[in-house]
Design a binder for this molecule. Structure first.
Ligand code: FDP
Length: 339
Protein backbone atom coordinates (compact mmCIF):
# COMPACT_ATOMS: atom_id res chain seq x y z
CA UNK A 1 0.00 0.00 0.00
CA UNK A 2 1.31 3.45 -0.87
CA UNK A 3 0.65 5.34 2.37
CA UNK A 4 1.98 8.67 1.05
CA UNK A 5 -0.40 8.52 -1.91
CA UNK A 6 -3.22 7.42 0.39
CA UNK A 7 -2.74 10.46 2.59
CA UNK A 8 -3.25 12.66 -0.52
CA UNK A 9 -6.42 10.93 -1.64
CA UNK A 10 -9.42 13.20 -1.72
CA UNK A 11 -11.98 10.97 -3.42
CA UNK A 12 -12.84 8.52 -0.67
CA UNK A 13 -15.20 5.64 -1.38
CA UNK A 14 -17.03 5.19 1.91
CA UNK A 15 -19.06 2.10 2.63
CA UNK A 16 -22.30 4.10 2.47
CA UNK A 17 -21.34 5.57 -0.91
CA UNK A 18 -20.41 2.13 -2.20
CA UNK A 19 -23.72 0.59 -1.05
CA UNK A 20 -25.67 3.51 -2.60
CA UNK A 21 -23.78 2.95 -5.89
CA UNK A 22 -24.73 -0.73 -5.76
CA UNK A 23 -28.33 0.23 -5.02
CA UNK A 24 -28.48 2.50 -8.07
CA UNK A 25 -27.84 -0.55 -10.29
CA UNK A 26 -31.26 -1.83 -9.17
CA UNK A 27 -33.83 0.86 -10.08
CA UNK A 28 -36.55 -1.06 -8.22
CA UNK A 29 -34.59 -0.88 -4.93
CA UNK A 30 -36.09 1.38 -2.26
CA UNK A 31 -32.97 1.76 -0.17
CA UNK A 32 -34.04 -0.63 2.58
CA UNK A 33 -30.89 -2.75 2.39
CA UNK A 34 -28.78 0.42 2.43
CA UNK A 35 -30.53 1.57 5.61
CA UNK A 36 -30.15 -1.86 7.20
CA UNK A 37 -26.44 -2.00 6.35
CA UNK A 38 -25.98 1.47 7.86
CA UNK A 39 -27.41 0.18 11.14
CA UNK A 40 -25.11 -2.86 11.02
CA UNK A 41 -22.16 -0.52 10.41
CA UNK A 42 -23.20 1.55 13.43
CA UNK A 43 -23.22 -1.63 15.56
CA UNK A 44 -19.73 -2.54 14.26
CA UNK A 45 -18.36 0.93 15.07
CA UNK A 46 -19.78 0.72 18.58
CA UNK A 47 -18.33 -2.76 19.20
CA UNK A 48 -15.00 -1.71 17.69
CA UNK A 49 -14.79 1.18 20.11
CA UNK A 50 -15.82 -1.04 23.05
CA UNK A 51 -13.22 -3.68 22.09
CA UNK A 52 -10.51 -1.02 21.86
CA UNK A 53 -11.42 0.37 25.28
CA UNK A 54 -12.06 -3.01 26.87
CA UNK A 55 -8.79 -3.26 28.77
CA UNK A 56 -9.07 0.28 30.08
CA UNK A 57 -12.74 0.19 30.90
CA UNK A 58 -12.43 -3.22 32.52
CA UNK A 59 -15.21 -4.47 30.30
CA UNK A 60 -13.47 -7.77 29.89
CA UNK A 61 -14.80 -10.87 31.55
CA UNK A 62 -16.70 -9.06 34.25
CA UNK A 63 -20.30 -10.08 33.66
CA UNK A 64 -22.24 -9.78 36.84
CA UNK A 65 -19.54 -7.76 38.62
CA UNK A 66 -19.95 -4.14 39.58
CA UNK A 67 -17.71 -1.21 38.70
CA UNK A 68 -16.62 1.61 40.99
CA UNK A 69 -19.86 3.47 40.40
CA UNK A 70 -21.69 0.42 41.68
CA UNK A 71 -23.17 -0.24 38.22
CA UNK A 72 -23.32 -3.74 36.89
CA UNK A 73 -20.71 -4.25 34.15
CA UNK A 74 -21.48 -6.19 31.07
CA UNK A 75 -19.26 -8.72 29.36
CA UNK A 76 -18.24 -7.58 25.91
CA UNK A 77 -20.19 -10.31 24.11
CA UNK A 78 -23.38 -9.55 26.06
CA UNK A 79 -22.94 -5.81 25.39
CA UNK A 80 -22.28 -6.40 21.67
CA UNK A 81 -25.41 -8.50 21.38
CA UNK A 82 -27.56 -5.80 22.94
CA UNK A 83 -26.06 -3.18 20.64
CA UNK A 84 -26.74 -5.23 17.50
CA UNK A 85 -30.27 -6.25 18.52
CA UNK A 86 -31.13 -2.60 19.16
CA UNK A 87 -29.42 -1.33 16.00
CA UNK A 88 -31.15 -3.95 13.84
CA UNK A 89 -34.56 -3.51 15.42
CA UNK A 90 -34.46 0.29 15.28
CA UNK A 91 -33.55 0.21 11.59
CA UNK A 92 -37.23 -0.50 10.91
CA UNK A 93 -36.08 -2.90 8.19
CA UNK A 94 -35.83 -6.22 10.05
CA UNK A 95 -38.33 -8.94 10.83
CA UNK A 96 -36.74 -12.01 12.44
CA UNK A 97 -33.29 -11.96 14.07
CA UNK A 98 -31.16 -14.91 15.16
CA UNK A 99 -28.18 -14.20 17.39
CA UNK A 100 -25.57 -16.60 18.67
CA UNK A 101 -26.16 -15.12 22.10
CA UNK A 102 -29.91 -15.83 22.24
CA UNK A 103 -31.45 -19.29 22.52
CA UNK A 104 -34.62 -18.24 20.68
CA UNK A 105 -35.16 -16.17 17.54
CA UNK A 106 -36.17 -12.54 18.10
CA UNK A 107 -39.35 -11.28 16.40
CA UNK A 108 -39.30 -7.56 15.73
CA UNK A 109 -42.44 -5.70 17.00
CA UNK A 110 -44.94 -5.00 14.22
CA UNK A 111 -44.52 -1.22 14.19
CA UNK A 112 -40.80 -1.57 13.47
CA UNK A 113 -41.04 -4.55 11.13
CA UNK A 114 -39.37 -4.65 7.70
CA UNK A 115 -38.53 -7.27 5.06
CA UNK A 116 -35.13 -8.48 6.19
CA UNK A 117 -34.08 -11.29 8.50
CA UNK A 118 -30.60 -11.11 9.97
CA UNK A 119 -28.55 -13.93 11.48
CA UNK A 120 -25.48 -12.82 13.39
CA UNK A 121 -22.76 -13.64 15.85
CA UNK A 122 -22.19 -10.30 17.62
CA UNK A 123 -18.74 -11.21 18.94
CA UNK A 124 -17.21 -14.33 17.46
CA UNK A 125 -13.99 -15.78 18.85
CA UNK A 126 -14.91 -14.74 22.36
CA UNK A 127 -12.32 -17.02 23.98
CA UNK A 128 -9.78 -14.56 22.51
CA UNK A 129 -11.24 -11.43 24.12
CA UNK A 130 -9.22 -11.50 27.31
CA UNK A 131 -5.86 -11.69 25.52
CA UNK A 132 -6.52 -8.99 22.91
CA UNK A 133 -6.45 -11.28 19.86
CA UNK A 134 -8.60 -10.28 16.85
CA UNK A 135 -12.29 -11.04 17.17
CA UNK A 136 -15.24 -10.12 15.00
CA UNK A 137 -18.92 -9.84 14.17
CA UNK A 138 -20.41 -12.08 11.46
CA UNK A 139 -23.78 -11.49 9.75
CA UNK A 140 -26.00 -12.89 7.02
CA UNK A 141 -29.11 -11.25 5.55
CA UNK A 142 -32.25 -12.84 4.05
CA UNK A 143 -35.21 -11.11 2.40
CA UNK A 144 -38.87 -12.00 2.98
CA UNK A 145 -41.75 -11.60 0.58
CA UNK A 146 -43.34 -8.16 1.02
CA UNK A 147 -45.90 -7.91 3.80
CA UNK A 148 -45.03 -11.28 5.33
CA UNK A 149 -44.65 -11.75 9.08
CA UNK A 150 -41.52 -13.86 9.32
CA UNK A 151 -41.19 -17.17 11.14
CA UNK A 152 -38.20 -19.27 12.12
CA UNK A 153 -38.84 -21.40 9.01
CA UNK A 154 -37.90 -18.39 6.90
CA UNK A 155 -34.37 -18.86 8.21
CA UNK A 156 -34.22 -22.65 8.01
CA UNK A 157 -33.36 -22.45 4.31
CA UNK A 158 -30.28 -23.14 2.21
CA UNK A 159 -27.54 -20.51 2.49
CA UNK A 160 -27.91 -19.88 -1.24
CA UNK A 161 -30.98 -17.80 -0.40
CA UNK A 162 -28.96 -15.19 1.52
CA UNK A 163 -28.93 -11.77 -0.17
CA UNK A 164 -25.88 -10.36 1.62
CA UNK A 165 -23.28 -11.36 4.17
CA UNK A 166 -20.25 -9.92 5.84
CA UNK A 167 -18.04 -9.67 8.86
CA UNK A 168 -16.24 -6.98 10.79
CA UNK A 169 -12.86 -7.80 12.27
CA UNK A 170 -11.70 -5.96 15.37
CA UNK A 171 -7.96 -6.35 14.95
CA UNK A 172 -4.93 -4.11 14.46
CA UNK A 173 -7.39 -2.16 12.33
CA UNK A 174 -11.16 -2.48 12.09
CA UNK A 175 -12.04 -4.08 8.75
CA UNK A 176 -15.49 -4.76 7.36
CA UNK A 177 -15.82 -7.24 4.49
CA UNK A 178 -19.13 -7.28 2.65
CA UNK A 179 -20.86 -8.88 -0.30
CA UNK A 180 -24.33 -7.85 -1.41
CA UNK A 181 -24.38 -10.70 -3.89
CA UNK A 182 -21.93 -9.66 -6.59
CA UNK A 183 -18.32 -9.17 -5.56
CA UNK A 184 -16.64 -8.97 -2.17
CA UNK A 185 -15.22 -5.68 -0.90
CA UNK A 186 -13.21 -4.77 2.19
CA UNK A 187 -13.47 -1.44 4.05
CA UNK A 188 -11.18 -0.17 6.79
CA UNK A 189 -12.42 2.13 9.53
CA UNK A 190 -10.63 5.47 9.48
CA UNK A 191 -10.94 6.41 13.17
CA UNK A 192 -10.33 10.09 12.45
CA UNK A 193 -13.28 10.23 10.03
CA UNK A 194 -15.41 7.58 11.73
CA UNK A 195 -16.01 6.14 8.25
CA UNK A 196 -15.30 2.80 6.65
CA UNK A 197 -13.22 3.46 3.51
CA UNK A 198 -12.95 1.03 0.60
CA UNK A 199 -9.42 -0.40 0.92
CA UNK A 200 -9.83 -3.89 -0.56
CA UNK A 201 -11.98 -3.65 -3.72
CA UNK A 202 -13.06 -6.85 -5.54
CA UNK A 203 -11.40 -9.37 -3.24
CA UNK A 204 -10.49 -12.55 -5.15
CA UNK A 205 -9.16 -15.48 -3.21
CA UNK A 206 -6.03 -17.05 -4.80
CA UNK A 207 -6.89 -20.29 -6.64
CA UNK A 208 -4.44 -22.27 -4.56
CA UNK A 209 -2.89 -21.36 -1.23
CA UNK A 210 0.18 -22.13 0.81
CA UNK A 211 -1.54 -22.14 4.21
CA UNK A 212 -3.77 -24.59 6.06
CA UNK A 213 -5.66 -23.51 9.16
CA UNK A 214 -7.12 -25.99 11.63
CA UNK A 215 -7.06 -26.85 15.34
CA UNK A 216 -4.58 -29.72 15.10
CA UNK A 217 -5.13 -30.53 18.77
CA UNK A 218 -8.22 -32.41 17.59
CA UNK A 219 -6.23 -34.58 15.12
CA UNK A 220 -6.56 -37.79 17.13
CA UNK A 221 -10.32 -37.74 16.54
CA UNK A 222 -10.36 -36.68 12.86
CA UNK A 223 -11.82 -38.75 10.04
CA UNK A 224 -9.58 -40.18 7.29
CA UNK A 225 -10.04 -37.48 4.61
CA UNK A 226 -9.11 -34.69 7.05
CA UNK A 227 -6.12 -36.65 8.38
CA UNK A 228 -4.91 -37.38 4.84
CA UNK A 229 -5.32 -33.76 3.70
CA UNK A 230 -3.23 -32.45 6.60
CA UNK A 231 -0.60 -35.15 6.09
CA UNK A 232 -0.31 -34.16 2.42
CA UNK A 233 -0.10 -30.48 3.42
CA UNK A 234 2.93 -31.31 5.60
CA UNK A 235 4.53 -34.02 3.46
CA UNK A 236 3.52 -33.26 -0.15
CA UNK A 237 3.69 -36.34 -2.36
CA UNK A 238 4.38 -34.31 -5.53
CA UNK A 239 7.66 -32.78 -4.34
CA UNK A 240 6.13 -29.34 -3.79
CA UNK A 241 6.85 -27.30 -0.64
CA UNK A 242 4.87 -28.10 2.50
CA UNK A 243 2.08 -25.70 3.42
CA UNK A 244 2.40 -23.41 6.45
CA UNK A 245 0.08 -23.82 9.42
CA UNK A 246 -1.66 -20.69 10.71
CA UNK A 247 -4.43 -20.95 13.30
CA UNK A 248 -5.64 -17.99 15.33
CA UNK A 249 -8.70 -19.78 16.71
CA UNK A 250 -10.90 -16.82 15.88
CA UNK A 251 -12.98 -17.60 12.79
CA UNK A 252 -13.20 -14.04 11.50
CA UNK A 253 -9.43 -13.57 11.63
CA UNK A 254 -8.66 -17.01 10.16
CA UNK A 255 -11.17 -16.53 7.32
CA UNK A 256 -9.98 -12.96 6.67
CA UNK A 257 -6.41 -14.19 6.19
CA UNK A 258 -7.66 -17.06 4.00
CA UNK A 259 -9.61 -14.63 1.77
CA UNK A 260 -6.60 -12.35 1.31
CA UNK A 261 -3.70 -14.83 1.19
CA UNK A 262 -5.44 -18.00 0.03
CA UNK A 263 -5.30 -21.47 1.54
CA UNK A 264 -7.86 -23.41 3.48
CA UNK A 265 -9.64 -22.95 6.81
CA UNK A 266 -11.25 -26.00 8.29
CA UNK A 267 -13.27 -27.00 11.31
CA UNK A 268 -13.93 -30.63 10.48
CA UNK A 269 -16.14 -33.21 12.12
CA UNK A 270 -14.40 -35.46 14.60
CA UNK A 271 -15.32 -38.46 16.70
CA UNK A 272 -16.26 -36.26 19.64
CA UNK A 273 -18.14 -33.65 17.58
CA UNK A 274 -19.66 -35.35 14.53
CA UNK A 275 -21.19 -32.03 13.44
CA UNK A 276 -18.03 -30.00 13.98
CA UNK A 277 -18.19 -26.88 16.12
CA UNK A 278 -19.18 -23.94 13.97
CA UNK A 279 -22.77 -22.80 13.63
CA UNK A 280 -24.48 -23.02 10.25
CA UNK A 281 -26.58 -19.85 10.24
CA UNK A 282 -24.19 -17.22 11.51
CA UNK A 283 -20.72 -18.72 10.95
CA UNK A 284 -20.71 -21.31 8.15
CA UNK A 285 -23.25 -19.65 5.79
CA UNK A 286 -22.01 -16.03 5.81
CA UNK A 287 -18.36 -17.08 5.48
CA UNK A 288 -19.18 -19.62 2.74
CA UNK A 289 -21.16 -16.93 0.89
CA UNK A 290 -18.19 -14.54 0.97
CA UNK A 291 -15.65 -17.21 0.01
CA UNK A 292 -17.76 -18.35 -2.97
CA UNK A 293 -18.34 -14.77 -4.14
CA UNK A 294 -14.55 -14.28 -3.99
CA UNK A 295 -13.99 -17.30 -6.23
CA UNK A 296 -13.32 -20.00 -3.62
CA UNK A 297 -15.32 -22.97 -2.40
CA UNK A 298 -16.96 -24.08 0.86
CA UNK A 299 -17.68 -27.77 1.55
CA UNK A 300 -19.09 -29.58 4.60
CA UNK A 301 -17.48 -32.97 3.94
CA UNK A 302 -20.73 -34.08 2.30
CA UNK A 303 -22.01 -31.20 0.17
CA UNK A 304 -21.58 -27.59 -0.93
CA UNK A 305 -21.94 -25.73 2.36
CA UNK A 306 -24.46 -23.19 1.03
CA UNK A 307 -26.82 -26.00 -0.05
CA UNK A 308 -27.19 -27.29 3.49
CA UNK A 309 -30.69 -26.81 4.93
CA UNK A 310 -30.49 -26.42 8.71
CA UNK A 311 -33.23 -27.92 10.87
CA UNK A 312 -32.50 -25.77 13.94
CA UNK A 313 -31.35 -22.17 14.26
CA UNK A 314 -28.22 -23.05 16.26
CA UNK A 315 -27.28 -26.14 14.21
CA UNK A 316 -23.57 -26.89 13.66
CA UNK A 317 -21.74 -28.19 10.62
CA UNK A 318 -18.21 -29.23 9.68
CA UNK A 319 -16.66 -26.75 7.23
CA UNK A 320 -13.74 -26.62 4.78
CA UNK A 321 -13.48 -23.28 3.00
CA UNK A 322 -10.95 -21.30 1.03
CA UNK A 323 -8.99 -21.47 -2.22
CA UNK A 324 -10.80 -23.34 -4.99
CA UNK A 325 -8.07 -25.94 -5.60
CA UNK A 326 -7.44 -26.66 -1.92
CA UNK A 327 -11.12 -27.32 -1.21
CA UNK A 328 -11.28 -29.38 -4.41
CA UNK A 329 -8.54 -31.59 -2.95
CA UNK A 330 -10.60 -32.12 0.22
CA UNK A 331 -13.64 -33.01 -1.92
CA UNK A 332 -11.57 -35.58 -3.85
CA UNK A 333 -10.40 -37.15 -0.58
CA UNK A 334 -13.97 -37.46 0.72
CA UNK A 335 -14.92 -39.11 -2.60
CA UNK A 336 -11.93 -41.45 -2.40
CA UNK A 337 -12.56 -42.53 1.19
CA UNK A 338 -16.30 -42.79 0.61
CA UNK A 339 -16.84 -40.78 3.78
P1 FDP B 1 -14.70 -19.15 20.22
O1 FDP B 1 -14.96 -20.53 20.73
O2 FDP B 1 -13.50 -18.50 20.84
O3 FDP B 1 -15.92 -18.26 20.26
O4 FDP B 1 -17.27 -20.52 17.13
C1 FDP B 1 -16.47 -19.90 17.93
C2 FDP B 1 -14.97 -20.03 17.70
O5 FDP B 1 -14.31 -19.28 18.65
C3 FDP B 1 -14.51 -19.57 16.30
O6 FDP B 1 -14.40 -18.17 16.18
C4 FDP B 1 -13.20 -20.26 16.14
O7 FDP B 1 -12.82 -20.44 14.78
C5 FDP B 1 -13.40 -21.57 16.85
O8 FDP B 1 -14.50 -21.36 17.77
C6 FDP B 1 -12.20 -22.03 17.62
O9 FDP B 1 -12.44 -23.27 18.16
P2 FDP B 1 -11.29 -24.16 18.88
O10 FDP B 1 -10.90 -23.41 20.11
O11 FDP B 1 -11.97 -25.45 19.19
O12 FDP B 1 -10.18 -24.31 17.92
Amino acid sequence: MDHAADAQRTDLMTLTRHVLNEQSKHPEARGDLTILLNHIVLGCKFVCSAVNKAGLAKLIGLAGETNVQGEEQKKLDVLSNQVFVKALTSSGRTNVLVSEEDEEAIFVPEKLRGRYCVVFDPLDGSSNIDCGVSIGTIFGIYMLEAGKAGTVDDLLKAGTSMVAAGYCMYGSSCTLVLSTGEDVNGFTLDPSLGEFILTHPHIRIPEKGKIYSVNEGNAKNWDEPTTKFVEKAKFPEDGSSPKSLRYIGSMVADVHRTLLYGGIFMYPADKKSPNGKLRVLYEVFPMSFLVEKAGGQAFTGKQRALELVPKKIHERSPIFLGSYDDVEEVKELYKQYGA
